[in-house]
Design a protein around this ligand. Structure first.
Ligand code: UD1
Ligand code: CA
Length: 456
């Protein structure tokens, strides 16, 4: 079956009070529209059509820059209603394709729900997503006669009696292309809002002898749209709670399921422990038994089994081996690769660095553009001077090197196996294996009388 999602995203989103088009506001780190595009892609559609209007250029640019999706774009210059919006997309729709009409501001609909809808649409039927709403205000109400759906009436057009109906239209419809085209040709805008309502095709379809098959979502927030920042925040929390539940069922302990945010994809092993206020971005993997302390931010990070990441650590585009100890207050910047049983302590910043198994940088250091062997100890306050003001240079430190505290290592530089650097040195020449290198003024002992405070 050929499926073509048509995503409506032309609306302004006035209630967001934002310069950004509504569908570009982010939920779990991704623009609302991208959630929809990601989900419908799982249906392996023949193509996807997105109807844009307000902020069209920004919407197109965002999808092109941030995603691999290449939908067909249809433009609706004036927002004359959902029916009119779908009309703008009809050129892209084949007669035998099943159109799946969705909204770009309804981010959390599951692919199973879409699939059920698509399956409900054929030559003689139309699939309609409906639900029992606790608070039906604002939604179109489902009209039934003798149990069968016969139409939809919008909130603003409904009679007092119709307003008491609690079965509502979620807004998603699946219908064969040729039916959609003929039905959309018949709708008008003679209603309370002066709009072309997509929902009018339902009553018209029934008149044409089509049967309306209702499909229900797995949970109500699957169909919740975002019209305000309040709704966005509410959906974000619901979504994060879903992710937290999933992580727990896969064997992770969360100190507080309400205080972890996953903005991307997080894969966790068994017996992972995640403390409060941890943010995961991009694609992150935590091995078995990993513990993440409070207030950490991980972005595109891989952390090996048994590693402990302590409080207030940030890890970006980096990997950590097994049984390592990172933080508190560590900052691993892009290109950091730490081996097994490594230690990175407080106020240590690393970047583009390989650190071999068992090596330690425990306190107050900057380690950049370097390759460091195994069992190396980098003392407190060591700075890798990798930048000469114009270019970056590489430092190589071989196995078993000991670097004393408060040392400046001026790159390019190689320190060979087993060498020792005396504390307080500025090292700018290569150090041979096994040597002690130091650049330190000799200590002198002078006779001296310490000044005392003058008495007034
Ligand atoms: C619509 C349905 C209503 C349903 C509700 C569910 C219609 C007439 N009504 O109402 O039955 O209960 O959704 O949320 O369809 N859009 C365009 N161009 C337009 C108008 C809208 O692209 O000209 C887009 C909007 O950006 C939005 C979506 O379509 O993403 C829904 O439009 P909106 O005006 O919010 O419809 P509702 O009044 O919520
Ligand atoms: Ca809406």
């Amino acid at each position: 079956m050929s499926i073509r999602p048509i995503v409506l995203a032309a609306g302004k989103g006035t209630r967001m009070r934002s310069a950004l088009p509504k569908v570009l506001h982010r939920l779990a780190g991704r623009p609302l529209l991208v959630h929809v595009l990601d989900t419908v892609a799982e249906l392996a559609p023949v193509g996807v059509t997105v109807v844009v209007g307000h902020g069209a250029d920004a919407v197109k640019a965002c999808v092109a820059d941030e995603t691999g999706h290449r939908p067909e774009w249809a433009t609706q210059t004036e927002q004359l209603g959902t029916g009119h919006a779908v009309r703008m997309a009809l050129d892209t729709l084949g007669d035998d394709e099943i159109a799946l009409i969705t909204y770009g501001d309804v981010p959390l609909t599951r692919v199973d729900t879409y699939r059920a809808l698509v399956d409900a649409a054929n030559d003689s039927t139309l699939g309609l997503l409906t639900l029992e709403a606790v608070e039906p205000t604002g939604y179109g109400r489902i009209l039934r006669e003798a149990g069968a759906i016969v139409g939809i009436v919008e909130q603003k057009d409904a009679s007092a009696e119709q307003l008491t109906i609690t079965e509502v239209n979620a807004g998603v419809i699946a219908i064969r292309g040729k039916h959609l085209k003929s039905l959309l040709g018949k709708i008008g805008n003679d209603n309370a809002q002066g709009e072309y309502y997509l929902t009018d095709i339902v009553g018209l379809a029934v008149e044409d002898g089509l049967e309306i098959k209702a499909v229900h979502p797995g949970s109500n927030h699957e169909v919740d749209g975002v019209n305000s920042r309040h709704q966005l925040a509410r959906l974000e929390r619901l979504h994060q709670l879903d992710i937290a539940e999933e992580l727990m069922s896969l064997g992770a302990t969360l100190a507080d399921p309400a205080r972890v945010d996953v903005r991307g994809k997080l894969v966790t092993g068994q017996d992972v422990l995640i403390d409060v206020n941890v943010v995961f971005e991009g694609s992150c993997t935590l091995g078995d038994g990993v513990s993440i302390g409070p207030n950490c931010v991980l972005r595109n990070a891989r952390v090996g089994a048994g590693t402990v990441v302590r409080a207030h650590t940030t890890i970006e585009d980096s990997s950590v081996g097994e049984n390592a100890s990172i933080g508190p207050y560590a900052r691993l910047r892009p290109g950091t690769q730490l081996g097994d049983s490594t230690h990175i302590g407080n106020f240590v910043e690393t970047k583009n660095t390989l650190l071999g198994n068992g090596s330690k940088v425990n306190h107050l250091s900057y380690v950049g553009d370097s390759s460091i062997g195994t069992k190396v100890n980098i003392g407190a306050g060591t700075i890798f001077c990798n930048y000469d003001g114009a270019n970056k240079h590489q430092t190589t430190i071989e196995d078993d090197v000991f670097v004393g505290s408060n040392t400046a290592l001026v790159a390019p530089l190689t320190i060979a196996t087993g060498a020792t650097i005396g504390a307080g040195s500025t090292i700018s020449q290569d150090v041979p294996a096994g040597k002690l290198a130091l650049t330190r003024a000799r200590q002198r002992m002078l006779d001296w009388i310490r000044p005392v405070k003058s008495v007034k």
